[in-house]
Ligand binder design. Sequence first.
Ligand code: MN
Length: 314
Amino acid sequence: MSNVDSNPTETLCASAAPGGAVAELFPAREVPLGGVRGISVQRVLPQRALPTVGAWCFFDQFGPQRDDMRVLPHPHTGLQTVTWPLIGEIRHRDSLGSDVLIRPGQLNLMTAGPGIAHSEFSIGDKPMQHGLQLWVALPSGTVIPTFEQHTELPLYENGGLRATIIIGSLDGATSPATAHTPIVGAQLDIARGSVSAIPVRPDFEYAILVITGNIAVAGAPLAAGPLLYLGTGRTELAISASEDARAILLGGEPFPDELVMWWNFVARSHEEIVKARDDWESGSQRFGIVDGHGSDRIPAPPIPAVRLTPRRRR
Ligand code: MN
């Protein structure tokens, strides 16, 4: 997906020393696509006071809704896109020549490096009507754009909770997806009545978003909507559910670099953002061509007139 915000502001994501185990709720923000279709997404990352969780720097939930998703070619830099359908199928095409369909339980992972372009379209009789898009910030110097599709991901089970490991590792279960920093992302399917204690890394920070149902995390109730940030310093996560539930667990080593995020770009400076935008608008070879769309593409929004000052995390 593209960042559908029609008027994105520049976000400087200042790194900060995390403060140990916490339990803080960060509400989702509704971001309208604009135009006549009225599609919106629920965004839980980045947040003003929580720009990243590990290297996770962006987390949008699309749907559930009846409209198809049709996202024309658009660019990315400095990040990996994680596309995770929950209901329906989606076709991905990119400037490396990839052209694939994915279904729920499968992962599309696109590593932008200095530049890549892609399109994503719900297709056929099972269009994607509910799905997740996340971005993982790349360390400086990650230069090779790649695309991976993983149709088989490892499962991890603990006390009635079944985790599908999307990227990284959880208690020894490791996804085949390429990670560039110590990280984890997992879908948690939690059976009614389950009680689990998942061993986790105290050097990682973690956060959980409930997709459906109600759960309890470290003793506190959590419903769908907000992101629960859990901080660092934990050695296990106690998760229980009184009804069937699904959630997404994110974690990783706190990301050390200051990031500047704007539209579909992750960079280290305002100048890098301006250059990436100029290169997309001029049709530079940096981003390549996504076949099959003719001259259709998403134009970059205007760069904000005001250069934002750094925001400290907490
Ligand atoms: Mn995209």
